[in-house]
Design a protein around this ligand. Sequence first.
Ligand SMILES: Cc1cc2nc3c(=O)[nH]c(=O)nc-3n(C[C@H](O)[C@H](O)[C@H](O)COP(=O)(O)OP(=O)(O)OC[C@H]3O[C@@H](n4cnc5c(N)ncnc54)[C@H](O)[C@@H]3O)c2cc1C
Length: 439
Amino acid sequence: MAKKYDLIVIGAGPTGLMAAKVAGENGLKVALIEKKNDIPKVKRACGEVININEYSWGDFINFNAKRKLLNFPVNGISVKYEGPYKNIYGMYTYSPSGQCIIMGDCSEAGKVGDAARKGIAIDKEILQRGLLEDVQKNDVEVIQGTFIHEVEKKGETVTVRDDSGEYEGVFVIAADGLNSKMAQRLEFNKEREFRGTLRCLFWHVTGVEPPAPDALIHVMGGKEAPALFGMCCTHREGEYWIAVDDFSYKTDLTKGADYVMKKDAFSPWFKKLKIIRTTSCVGNLYSPVVEPFRDNVLLAGDAAYSPQISINGGMICGWKAANSVVLALLEGKRNKEGVMSYLDWWKKDIVERFPYGGGNFMESLEDSEIDYLFSLFKEPLPGTLDPTTAGMHMQKHMMKIMPVISDEHPEILEKLKAFQAKTSEEIYAERQKVGFPNR
Ligand SMILES: Cc1cc2nc3c(=O)[nH]c(=O)nc-3n(C[C@H](O)[C@H](O)[C@H](O)COP(=O)(O)OP(=O)(O)OC[C@H]3O[C@@H](n4cnc5c(N)ncnc54)[C@H](O)[C@@H]3O)c2cc1C
């Protein structure tokens, strides 16, 4: 006989932990089921940088260090964070030869201090431990070390199964992350655009000396380099992470990292590099699910999004999804109608406002052309760590420099226009060829 619950939450990342906490606080009978044996432990690659002091996912998240609280004033959420942190003041993006687009001058912002920070490097394990403590305080049944692989609607409830048995809920929140088994089983992925298989090699390192130690850094290493090279300090003194990502299985990520780190512009940063820990991540990227509901299962967080919703976005999403289930049960609407507040929010405030997609226009340019374009960003742009806001700042400056590009390098303008005219099928064609969609 399956155990019965009001709500079953699958996956105990930021999304699932928040969902289980909220449902427990509202007095629901909840099970939180997680495949890891040690829930807070971070095993998959994650930069652990959260952005604050600016709008992100529709909220203006701030960190009250004295009270040890992350606050989400738009949504009315507060989450305890009792761990160490380090301020991040801006985002620096480098061209292949080392020209830099600065979003937030870190040396100036650093003088101002906390009010000018745009993010903090945190310990995600401590954040998740805090959430788990709240989950446990609220009588949620936590079942760990087991993988849910089946889901089935039976009458008015939904049953999920692991290897040893089954659990029955009025609703299920599937917060099982980027490669969601539940999204696959419920056939959401069949309708989603496949945008490639992203492989990420992630090093924790010491001994690196980037010119802006408290910036989130991206290096566009050029045609020979992997698609993405990022780095940032962690909350630990002297420690950084380096992430190298690519969509092609043919790319040797270690060699790719080496290639970037040996380039003239960047080699001085890495002279004393020492790798102290390695993690990784492989994820299939699809377009976001537009209506994340089927058979009384709500998809939430990375499970429904693309590429990743972030730690903050996941917590907001878990909060919204769980509150909609609470309302559905209070109103006696044990169906899609009951959770419409979540589905409406997801469509309007996430999918339509943050569509992320469309690839990177830099991919259509030669290395020297990227260097030229970057050289036209002479003054720092406003500080941000939010990709949507960063895109807006970039676009605004691009409009300003268009006449210069048109005069000096009309061929670059033509390439940019041609990229803009591409369909998403054309943009993702190459990634699709070398990816492994697991629909
Ligand atoms: C390389 C990389 C760097 C990143 N850097 C940052 C960053 O700096 N800042 C930031 O905010 N975000 C970052 N992110 C994104 C962030 O990690 C995610 O968006 C966030 O963790 C999403 O939370 P989630 O709870 O939806 O999913 P997850 O955190 O992935 O949690 C899903 C949970 O479900 C469990 N699970 C999966 N399948 C099952 C199953 N069938 N049964 C039971 N349990 C299951 C998993 O073990 C996991 O614990 C990064 C992501 C990557 C890949």
